[in-house]
Design a protein around this ligand. Structure first.
Ligand SMILES: [Ca+2]
Ligand SMILES: [Ca+2]
Length: 307
């Protein structure tokens, strides 16, 4: 429709396209089981999507508003054009004034040569509240990048990650070029080489005070523990925790090999806790060794090898 208001008591679409070009549609409960709902205007009412696609924007990028609630289930999907960082003008956005129940899919199309940086977040849905679990899978954003959907209390975002997770893709997606993009370079001069910044999911153009939380005593009797981040799914790195009693001889007590979960080596750890996030995992390794009168000193470090 090009203008005005389309008033519907109840409408169920199974195919075709409902395009809100210049006007709104008023419908207590708009049901999308197939076809396409698109536009930059408002649905005055609630939308239940069980199939088909919702595409914010008319022929390009825009914001589609639902004044009531939005309930989505598979195979219903949202299709988004992503051409920049500003919602509504550079990338598509769905605004739900009521409650959102999310459970369908999302697909994305990068337009206008947009190359999101690593860990960049785009808010693609806003809502008053959310229930249900996201059932969305990451999709490719080209040039060694992927977008992973994240859901929060009042909005859903897309987060840029790497695909595949390799150093060269990381260097490009963090904006490094030339000699600054080499594994041993330290362009932000924080003492962490790019190899460490990559493996420990730090940012190579932002000085980090340290590579992680320094080793600290925990529990009773007290053992040393160390906490750090590791980048998920790395295809080219091992990330080890090493221990020493004299800072000269080090032994590996835990290892993540090529992106696998951190595992004990030789029964030398007391516990390993991994907390996953979209692009990285927070790791806490507690040493098995108990410092005592005969051996009062113990040291832990994280070592990144490969590349
Ligand atoms: Ca650095
Ligand atoms: Ca840094």
């Amino acid at each position: 429709m090009a203008a005005g208001v389309l008033q519907l008591g109840q409408f169920s679409q199974t195919a075709g396209t409902l395009s809100l070009h210049g006007g709104n549609v008023e419908c207590a409960n708009l049901q999308i089981g197939g076809g396409v709902l698109k536009g930059s205007r408002s649905v005055v009412g609630s939308v239940t999507q069980t199939g088909g696609q919702i595409q914010p924007g008319d022929s390009g990028i825009g914001t589609l508003t639902i004044t009531g609630s939005f309930t989505q289930s598979a195979p219903g999907a949202l299709h988004l054009e992503l051409g920049g960082r500003v919602a509504g003008t550079q990338h598509d956005q769905l605004v739900v004034n009521g409650a959102a129940t999310l459970g369908g899919g999302v697909s994305g199309l990068i337009v206008n040569g947009f190359l999101p940086l690593l860990a960049e977040q785009l808010t693609v849905i806003r809502y008053a509240s959310r229930t249900g679990a996201l059932n969305w899978t990451p999709f490719s954003a080209g040039s060694g990048r992927k977008m992973s959907p994240l859901a929060y209390t009042t909005e859903a975002r897309l987060l840029t990650g790497l695909d595949p997770v390799q150093f060269a893709n990381w260097a490009q997606a963090t904006g490094l070029t030339g000699p600054d993009a080499l594994p041993d370079a330290d362009p932000d001069r924080d003492g962490l080489t790019n190899r460490l910044e990559y493996g420990l999911y730090r940012f190579p153009q932002t000085p980090d005070i340290q590579g992680g939380t320094p080793p600290a005593l925990t529990g009773s009797p007290a053992r040393l523990q160390i906490t750090y981040n590791r980048i998920n799914d790395a295809t080219d790195l091992d990330i080890d925790v090493e221990a020493s009693t004299d800072i000269q001889t080090w032994e590996t007590i835990a290892r993540s090999h090529l992106g696998t979960p951190t595992a004990d080596i030789g029964g030398k750890t007391f516990s390993i806790i991994e907390t996953p996030f979209a692009n990285h995992t927070q790791v806490t390794v507690v040493d098995q060794f108990l410092p005592g009168p005969g051996q009062p000193r113990r040291f832990l470090r994280v070592r990144v090898t490969g590349l």
